[in-house]
Design a protein around this ligand. Structure first.
Ligand code: SF4
Length: 339
């Protein structure tokens, strides 16, 4: 299914452009809108509280200058184009910056501000050369959404990576099962399953995304032996409720996808209206611990810059102040998280 990008995004949404504008949404953003007809079909209407619209349609608040363009500092840790050395034994590669939907909370908006990546096959020799000289336990293939590449390109890319890293885990990050599930086909799953161990991490954020089509996509992947994990992002007005999170996690577990991480919203510039405070994050983390079976509990974390790690959202790591929190990262450094 084709995505709609640019000023005509309202064409695929229910209701009139006037209603959308009146509800505080807008057509223009430095990070242009892009949405699939499928994902748009989950939107109930031009309601500023609609959890899908909040993730897919730009809002006027995106001009708020708070936050950083690249809060995790990934751009500075890219020794070769399209590759980030995340932690000592973990590296990520970004074969494309294309996505089916431009999630409004995306922490890789910065990729649109730097010179666009070269085609993946031009970057590949640099990646392989770098990877050969290092001990890499896990290679993250992310982006953008790597499953936006044609299936034969995905197969060729994984074949070359597996040849270079015969014993590493390959982890693919993709939102296609959430935003365009029909693109998860038996042929694509067969391609992925040739290069095990392959993990696919998805990002389901709210109950409205848990549809029969999305469930079928997860089932296809799981039936191909692919280990599935969900990396949910806490988003104000979308899922900042323990009950909603548990509804999604129950559905995921029933589709053989493990709730893996729940991230405190990264402080990305242009996304302030979606930030959940550290105080609310702590509350949710504690409620999840008390009220749910272990299978339903993700690691509730705040991701920190410069390789500081994914820090558990717990009172011993997070000190609350009036308008901000101080987080002690896994290297013992203090990081400020603004409300
Ligand atoms: S799919 Fe991922 S990389 Fe793409 S816009 Fe959404 S959050 Fe960002």
């Amino acid at each position: 299914m084709e995505s709609k990008q640019g000023n005509d995004v309202f064409d695929v949404l229910p209701g009139s452009r006037r209603d959308w504008l009146a509800a505080g949404f807008c057509a223009d953003s430095p990070f242009p809108a892009r949405v699939t007809p499928y994902y748009a079909s989950l939107i109930r209407g031009s309601d500023p509280r609609d959890p899908i619209a909040l993730q897919a349609v730009p809002r006027a608040e995106e001009t708020d200058p708070a936050g950083l363009p690249d809060p995790l500092g990934e751009n500075a840790r890219s020794p070769v184009p399209g590759l980030v050395h995340v932690y000592e034994d973990r590296v990520l590669v970004m074969p494309t910056s294309a996505c089916a939907v431009h999630c409004r909370h995306c922490n890789r908006r910065w990729r649109r501000d730097v010179a666009g990546p070269a085609p993946w096959h031009e970057m590949l020799p640099g990646w392989l050369d770098y990877l050969r000289r290092r001990q890499v336990a896990e290679l993250l293939v992310t982006g953008g959404d790597p499953l936006m590449l044609p299936p034969e390109a995905v197969g060729e890319l994984l074949a070359r990576l597996r040849e270079t890293l015969p014993a590493s885990v390959l982890r693919i990050g993709s939102r296609l099962p959430v935003v365009d599930p029909q693109r998860i086909t038996p042929a694509l799953c067969a391609t992925l399953s040739r290069w095990h161990p392959v993990y696919v991490n998805v990002q389901f954020n709210c109950p409205a995304e848990c549809t029969p089509d999305a469930g079928s996509a997860l089932t296809l992947l799981a039936d191909a032996g692919i280990a599935l994990g969900n990396q949910m992002v806490l988003l104000k007005g979308v899922n900042d409720s323990t009950e909603e999170i548990l509804r999604v996690n129950r559905w995921l577990v029933n589709h053989r996808c493990r709730p893996y991480y729940l991230f405190l919203t990264e402080r990305v510039r242009g996304t302030r209206h979606l930030w959940v405070s550290a105080a609310r994050g702590l509350e949710i983390a504690s409620q999840l611990q008390r009220g749910a079976s272990g299978l339903l509990q993700p690691h509730v974390v705040v991701d920190t810059p410069d390789g500081g790690g994914k820090v558990p959202l717990t009172p011993d790591r997070v000190r609350l102040h009036e308008t901000r929190a101080i987080v002690t990262d896994l290297k013992g450094r203090e990081v400020v998280v603004e409300d």
